[in-house]
Design a binder for this molecule. Structure first.
Ligand SMILES: [Zn+2]
Length: 304
């Protein structure tokens, strides 16, 4: 009898230990650790900004994937890369357009790369795409493989991040030869420093179950500082980051990010009301408001 009791306790202990291991493993996968919070704010330091709900679908932090279509293409912010670029990289076609803020960050990043390595043969092969172009690329891929395989590589028309103007595909064009950007050799510098310029490598092969897209070493997405730095530090893909930000609503605690250059920011989420949302923003200091392309707004403010 005594023996039986002991074995029961032993089995129970093992079960508890196994459960703890499972919980800890799960939690460390989905909950980044050591996140700083900003709680010292006072409502008197904020004022309300009236935002129409169509703005949910615009801004640097919009999440576009197989579930969230790009609903509002911001054509007024698209500029031909060729017209704004510096001499530190190339663009495949003079007509390729991207969001102006993305091109400015791209200029800075590839100037940094040129200064460091002397290389200026990165070639921008694709940026903003309208639905028609995406349809052509999608149909091409379906012809090459089949529909199930095609969606791993080319998003369905309407659901491509390229519709946002914040996505860029890199290639290499050297001595008249085009090649794939794999991020290896000296080009690794770009992958290692992209976050300092506000870019992320959007499709990590290890996160395909979350992004829906197979690993792409050439697809960069501009999301701005300090978000790119935070995502890199915490190893989050955009799907995970946008979800995490929902746990930082204005009323409760804000996420505090100290960027690689020492600048401090508070970031918080404001759920959209119907039609018009009053978004609290700081009365003093710089801030930006972006939609998340799903259900609300994200405010990023520099802390003084
Ligand atoms: Zn791409």
């Amino acid at each position: 009898m005594k023996k039986k009791n002991h074995s029961g306790i032993f089995v129970l202990s093992l079960t508890i230990i196994a459960a703890i291991v499972v919980i800890v493993t799960y939690a460390s996968d989905f909950m980044p650790e050591e996140l700083e919070e900003y709680t010292e704010f006072s409502p008197k330091d904020y004022e309300s900004l009236e935002m129409e709900n169509s703005k949910i679908y615009q801004g640097e932090l919009i999440l576009v994937n197989q579930y969230y279509a790009c609903k509002m293409m911001e054509m007024d912010k698209m500029v031909a890369i060729y017209d704004l670029k510096n001499d530190d990289y190339q663009v495949k076609d003079t007509k390729i357009m991207a969001n102006q803020s993305t091109i400015e960050a791209l200029n800075n990043m590839l100037s940094g790369f040129k200064q460091k390595t002397g290389i200026c043969d990165v070639n921008i092969t694709s940026a903003f795409r309208d639905e028609e172009l995406q349809q052509e690329l999608f149909d091409e891929k379906v012809e090459q493989t089949d529909e199930k395989e095609a969606v791993r590589w080319v998003a369905r028309p309407g659901y491509s991040e390229h519709h946002s103007g914040y996505a860029l595909d890199f290639g290499i064009y050297s001595n008249g030869v085009s090649s794939t950007f794999t991020g290896s050799w000296k080009y690794r510098w770009i992958c290692e420093h992209a976050h300092e310029y506000g870019f992320i490598l959007r499709y990590d092969a290890a996160k395909e179950n979350l992004t829906g897209i197979a690993g792409e070493s050439w697809h960069f997405r501009y999301i701005g500082k300090p978000h790119a730095f935070f995502m890199k530090q915490q190893n989050l893909c955009l799907e995970e980051y946008i979800e995490l930000l929902k746990s930082y609503p204005y009323q409760r605690k804000h996420l505090k990010i100290e960027d690689f250059d020492g600048k401090k920011y508070e970031v918080y989420y404001v759920k959209a009301d119907s039609d018009i949302t009053m978004v609290p923003v700081p009365k003093h200091g710089k801030y930006t408001v972006s939609g998340n392309n799903a259900d609300g707004f994200i405010v990023t403010a520099e802390l003084l």
